[in-house]
Ligand binder design. Sequence first.
Ligand SMILES: NC(=O)c1ccc[n+]([C@@H]2O[C@H](COP(=O)([O-])OP(=O)(O)OC[C@H]3O[C@@H](n4cnc5c(N)ncnc54)[C@H](OP(=O)(O)O)[C@@H]3O)[C@@H](O)[C@H]2O)c1
Length: 305
Amino acid sequence: MKILVTGASGLLGLNLSLGMTETHTIVGVDRSKLAGTPFELIKADLLEPGACSRLMDEVHPDAIIHTAANANVDACESDPQGARLLNAEFPGQLAELCAKCGVRMIHISTDAIFDGTKDDLYSEDDKPNPLGVYAQTKLDGERNVLSANPDATVARVNFFGWSLSGTRSLAEFFYNNLSTGQQANGFTDVWFCPMFVGDLADTLVRMLEKGLSGLYHTVGSEALAKYTFGVKIARQFGFDEELIRPMSVEESGLKARRSHNLHLSVHKLSTALGMTIPGVSTGITKFYTQYLQGYPQKMRSYQQF
Ligand SMILES: NC(=O)c1ccc[n+]([C@@H]2O[C@H](COP(=O)([O-])OP(=O)(O)OC[C@H]3O[C@@H](n4cnc5c(N)ncnc54)[C@H](OP(=O)(O)O)[C@@H]3O)[C@@H](O)[C@H]2O)c1
């Protein structure tokens, strides 16, 4: 399959593109951050008029995995209009074009569309209630995609891994602080289901190959507090876990409100794919193995200076 990946310089887009190069023909959309990748790059700002149609005409993909977004939750609060254009309106336009051209589409959404007040797991049938601009624009993006193109797939994700800048994921946050002996705050009252980005890449490819349509929770199968995630990273790397300060997210002073319980059920996905969805513990081991293999340096070598 020829797959167009938007957001190729991002945490998900770069790992996904690198992970798929041996089995698929990948064309990554990049603004100007990448160079020397083992997959083809095409320069585009997605918000420029006509960018979508130009990409489609030049690349003729079989499928698009749309990862590009303003994924900075606090930055979205400062620029609601920009967040709306990129996270909500653009995905709908892309989905419409994909429907017209017969191109399969996976749109990446977020677990954060839920307010986190449920005492149980969230299923795809639960009603979202976004707490901030990022979450609201991502929810609107999901809805725009599925109304323009009911055959599209919307994957609600949460993931961790090594990124181009070395600073994009929560796992890197703990690694960067703990490896230099610095303290790091760990929220005890924010629960999530992070999936290792390599596992997420494999899962998205399976979803594409199986031709799944509609909404899927595409997160890890284990829920844990962000504090506990930090402790697991510390233990895996042999860092001092006492450097992690347990605290409530309510004391953090972060701009956007955060949901407390983002424990999402992966039952629908697991049934559709006929497989067990990976959990966080094996994911952290893979994250560590990549570290031992020099993967973080390899990622950074694709940075254009
Ligand atoms: N990280 C998580 O755990 C998490 C959790 C839930 C959902 N998600 C969702 O997962 C997806 C990927 O997130 P991520 O963490 O990989 O994000 P990221 O690292 O911030 O990457 C975002 C990507 O979008 C690109 N982009 C932004 N505006 C663009 C534009 N106008 N034209 C072209 N490209 C543009 C960025 O390009 P530049 O590098 O040039 O800026 C970058 O490649 C997003 O849809 C996000 O909402 C992420």
